[in-house]
Design a binder for this molecule. Structure first.
Ligand SMILES: Nc1ncnc2c1ncn2[C@@H]1O[C@H](COP(=O)(O)OP(=O)(O)OP(=O)(O)O)[C@@H](O)[C@H]1O
Ligand SMILES: [Mg+2]
Length: 364
């Protein structure tokens, strides 16, 4: 049975001329870690705040643990939340900031001490316990905000971009901390981020949104391998998937600039007879420059000139123009080239995606 259920949820802010969230449907199982991801303004925070009860629900129904929650006060919903713009109490120490909410919940002082000790320990805040927020770094403050939420020991944990104020290195380590915390506490978690890497690495399932509408819900690799549309294909994965305007005629793909490749029957058959103008998508790691692939797929070899490179050792990107579109290939350290080099490559036929030119829905 689902633990949190959103049924046909709509949100239109007072005075707004359109909905910020439209027909949002989702069932979340107990203990699941769900990420809401999407570009700025797509309705992630609005949805989270409706679940928390800080924002009215315009239409639809919200259930938590089988009970309808539309009209329930936030404090009675059994949730703890870390806000996008969390604010700590400036005049209180770390310890007081963490315990403040518990005092309001009338928890005994012995119990409060136990919980604060646990949270301070788990978040690595021992040395800062008696400091005030102004004497903490951004990362330390963010951990205090997390501490304030985890001590409440609620069934549902909502986090709105909790790592947005941190530098890259701290983000990675806090990402691991939050995942660990989730495994230890087992609380049902909804985590909002616009960072697809955070969503991919932390979530059991990802909800990807655009303009207030869910585009796809699925496990990270499902979204990566089987995107529902071009938006999802482009949003998940870095560097972004390559897209080409093409025409399919029989088993021949013709690019805008005239290059042609033959696509095997195994791929064509998945298109159910669709032909004509489409968008072809292929990820950078599926553009192959190695000897073995070039010899296997020799007849379909293409050429381009490297325009830019990003060489990081484990991750190497070659940028070039092909088929009229900017393109990127992710190559191993053995295929690194320099700017100006002419490269030969193949597009792995089995890894091609085809999208409808009008609706941008993904066929394969
Ligand atoms: N209080 C409000 N009144 C009117 N419109 C609002 C209000 N809050 C948000 N919106 C609008 O609703 C839409 C969704 O906003 P929301 O804050 O949910 O986006 P988000 O996905 O969390 O974005 P971000 O990644 O920037 O935090 C936006 O178009 C925003 O301008
Ligand atoms: Mg937001």
């Amino acid at each position: 049975m689902s633990f949190i259920e959103l049924k046909h949820i709509d949100k239109q802010y007072a005075g707004a001329d359109r909905k910020s969230v439209t027909d949002f449907n989702l069932e979340i199982k107990q203990g699941e870690f769900i990420a809401f991801v999407g570009p700025s303004g797509c309705g992630k925070s609005t949805t989270l705040r409706m679940i928390a009860g800080f924002e009215d629900i315009t239409g639809g129904e919200l259930f938590i643990d089988g009970k309808k929650m539309n009209e329930t006060a936030p404090r009675d919903r059994g949730i703890a939340m870390v806000f996008q713009n969390y604010a700590l109490y400036p005049h209180m120490t770390v310890e007081k900031n963490i315990s403040y909410g518990l005092k309001n919940m009338k928890v005994s002082s012995g119990e409060i001490k136990k919980k604060v000790d646990w949270a301070v320990n788990i978040l690595g805040l021992e040395e800062y316990r008696y400091r005030k927020p102004k004497n903490l770094s951004g990362g330390q403050r963010q951990r205090v905000a997390l501490g304030r939420a985890i001590v409440k020991n609620q069934k549902v944990f909502l986090m709105d971009e909790p790592l947005s104020n941190l530098d890259a290195k701290l983000r990675v380590s806090m990402r691991n901390e939050i995942s660990k915390l989730h495994r230890e506490l087992g609380s049902t978690t909804i985590y909002v981020t616009h960072d697809q890497v955070e969503a991919m690495t932390m979530a059991d399932r990802i909800v990807i949104m655009k303009d207030g509408v869910i585009q796809q819900v699925g496990k990270p690799m499902e979204l990566y391998e089987h995107p529902a549309n071009k938006f999802v294909a482009g949003f998940i994965g870095s560097p972004q998937m390559n897209f080409y305007d093409i025409t399919l005629s029989g088993d021949t793909v013709t690019f805008r600039t005239g290059e042609k490749i033959t696509v095997p029957e195994s791929v064509i058959s998945k298109l159910n007879g669709r032909q004509g103008e489409m968008i072809l998508g292929i990820r950078g790691e599926d553009i192959k420059l190695d000897e073995q692939n070039l010899s296997v797929y020799g007849n379909e070899k293409q050429q381009a000139v490297v325009e830019n490179t990003e060489v990081m050792g484990n991750e190497n990107n070659l940028y070039f123009t092909f088929g009229g579109s900017p393109s990127v290939a992710r190559v191993s350290k053995y295929e690194i080239s320099k700017i100006g080099d002419r490269i030969e490559f193949i597009l792995m036929p089995s890894r091609m995606h085809f999208f409808d030119k009008e609706t941008e829905a993904c066929y394969v």
